[in-house]
Write a protein that binds this ligand. Structure first.
Ligand SMILES: C[S@@+](CC[C@H](N)C(=O)[O-])C[C@H]1O[C@@H](n2cnc3c(N)ncnc32)[C@H](O)[C@@H]1O
Length: 265
């Protein structure tokens, strides 16, 4: 037995933003996350296809949020368990599922830290972690997956970096030490290697994409940010660089990428 040059698990713990697993932080961001998720709808299909779900398979979505992937998976015929620590996120998910007519989703309000595989949560065919703090504990993910497990993480700019630029000068900048830093698929991949799992890595397009007839329509589409009165001029200035003229209107287009780290059982 030789000493490890890099302890990937320890590196994950050391670079983990302190607030990221807390329900209160996500409760407060649920409406906004749902708004951003709507703007990234064009990128959902390739992410869902990556799961290669077979009809009737069970899917555990850990940190399911407003159901960005859980709902289309259910509409495809998967039996979905959507687990999340945030009651507000699950509230958004239930509203979205109802609007989409997706009936086959069980919601579980539980912190990943409190999940005990085989006790309070049973194995599923597929386990999905998308932008999910559950990637801190990959042994548990592996224990709950029967056919395959998928971890999806931004490999380019993130939703949060876009958000921080949109609210710059309107809301306080996030404290530097809370920025994600090294939290990435590189840590996930290497922790899996240490666990004896040789994972695959794919890269998928991700981003935000929507066309508006004019700037007023674009600004109105961000009403869910609930920005304070008097901040509109600054918000317009923050949004303007992301809007490009197209077909007589304006297109919001931000391209980034998502890494998919996945393994078969
Ligand atoms: C960035 S969102 C991702 C939502 C969704 N998976 C997606 O790809 O759009 C992260 C989600 O993980 C949830 N979460 C954070 N910490 C958690 C924990 N300790 N246990 C369970 N869920 C957690 C949050 O409430 C939030 O809904």
């Amino acid at each position: 037995m030789h000493a490890k040059l890099i302890d990937w698990q320890l590196l994950m713990q050391l670079t983990w933003p302190p607030t990221i697993g807390r329900a209160a932080m996500w409760d407060g961001f649920a409406r906004r996350y749902d708004g951003y998720a709507r703007l990234s709808e064009p990128y959902v299909a390739p992410q869902l296809a990556a799961l290669a779900l077979q009809p009737g398979e069970t899917l555990l979505d850990v940190g399911a949020g407003p159901g960005r992937l859980a709902i289309p998976a259910a509409l495809q015929g998967a039996k979905v368990t959507a687990l999340d620590v945030s009651a507000s996120m699950l509230g958004e998910l239930q509203r979205n599922a109802q609007a989409a007519g997706a009936g086959n989703i069980d919601t579980v309000e539980l912190a990943w830290e409190d999940v005990r595989p085989g006790d309070n949560l049973q194995p599923h065919d597929v386990v999905l972690l998308s932008r999910s703090p559950a990637m801190r504990d990959l042994a548990k993910v592996d224990a709950l997956a029967r056919r395959a497990a998928y971890v999806m993480v931004y490999s380019g700019r993130s939703l949060k970096s876009f958000h921080d630029e949109l609210v710059a000068g309107i809301e306080p900048a996030p404290p530097v030490q809370e920025r994600p830093g090294l939290m990435s698929y590189v840590l996930v991949f290497n922790q899996l290697i240490d666990m004896g799992i040789e994972a695959h890595v794919d890269y998928l397009p991700d981003g935000f994409d929507k066309w508006y007839p004019d700037e007023d329509a674009a600004v109105a589409d961000f009403a869910w940010l609930d920005l304070p009165a008097g901040s509109e001029a600054r918000f317009r200035a923050n949004l303007a660089p992301w809007l490009q003229p197209e077909a007589g209107g304006l297109r919001l287009k931000i391209e980034t990428r998502t890494a998919v780290v996945w393994w078969r059982k």
